[in-house]
Ligand binder design. Structure first.
Ligand SMILES: [Zn+2]
Length: 233
């Protein structure tokens, strides 16, 4: 299984550590003080994972990739509404690039979260981002061998002063909403091309999260029309 390293951090820590090529960032869309990322930070990191840590669910929160369930963050009671809302947002492509609903939790919160999901009639379609100190090899093993109705698609295994380190399933990262329409039948054309708002180039939107924009980070096709290219051979 292909894995991707993710660094998550508060807004106030972004820029205070180096980010190697190929590492994806994760930040907060909610919170107070130095926690939530600024619009400028999101614009510079369009493929970054979006974490909602608010105990109060709003439609904007439901465009996040992750619900952070822990003390002083989102509550168990807020999970079912967020999951339904996040799936609705994903299917409607309210935020192209959104990943499928995932809940962040520590190991001792897994059972309460799973019990909450099942009590609400949610028996699949939710992933787990597990926070637990371990080696990177152990984290890779957890993600690679994940199974069951609520698979572990990421493990946050290293906790540093200004950011944390996780390994994520690359397949989960790439499975984003707003995917290009299927190419129309017949030879000679391919749909799913978007203009990047940063470098003004056309690129294949399905590969946005792993693309390399000349303006830095990944291309941003979120504000583009969907283009079809004609090919000759
Ligand atoms: Zn670009």
């Amino acid at each position: 299984m292909d894995l991707t390293t993710v660094y998550d951090c508060m807004s106030s820590n972004l820029g205070h550590f180096s980010v190697p090529t190929g590492v994806l960032l994760a930040g907060y869309i909610t919170g107070s003080g130095g926690v939530p990322w600024t619009n400028d930070q999101w614009n510079h990191n369009p493929a970054a994972l979006r974490i909602d840590q608010s105990p109060i669910d709003t439609p904007a929160d439901e465009t996040a990739d992750i619900l952070d369930v822990e003390n002083a963050a989102a509550t168990l009671a807020s999970i079912p509404q967020w999951v339904h809302g996040a799936w609705g947002s994903y299917h409607a492509s309210l935020r192209p690039g959104q990943r499928t609903p995932t809940i962040y939790m520590s190991r001792n919160t897994v059972t309460p979260v799973v019990n909450t999901l099942i009590a609400a009639g949610i028996t699949s379609g939710v992933n787990i981002w597990l926070a637990a100190p371990m080696t990177s090899a152990m984290a890779a093993d957890q993600v690679t061998h994940a199974s069951g109705p609520f698979p572990i698609i990421g493990v946050q295994y290293q906790f540093l002063p200004d950011h944390d380190v996780s390994l994520f399933s690359t397949d989960w990262l790439k499975n984003v909403s707003g995917k290009p329409v299927a190419p129309p039948s017949g030879p000679g054309s391919q749909g799913g091309w978007h203009f990047c708002g940063k470098c003004k180039c056309l690129f294949f939107f399905a590969e946005e999260s792993t693309s390399h924009c000349a303006a830095g980070g990944a291309h941003d096709g979120s504000k583009s029309h969907d283009y079809m290219l004609v090919f000759l051979s």
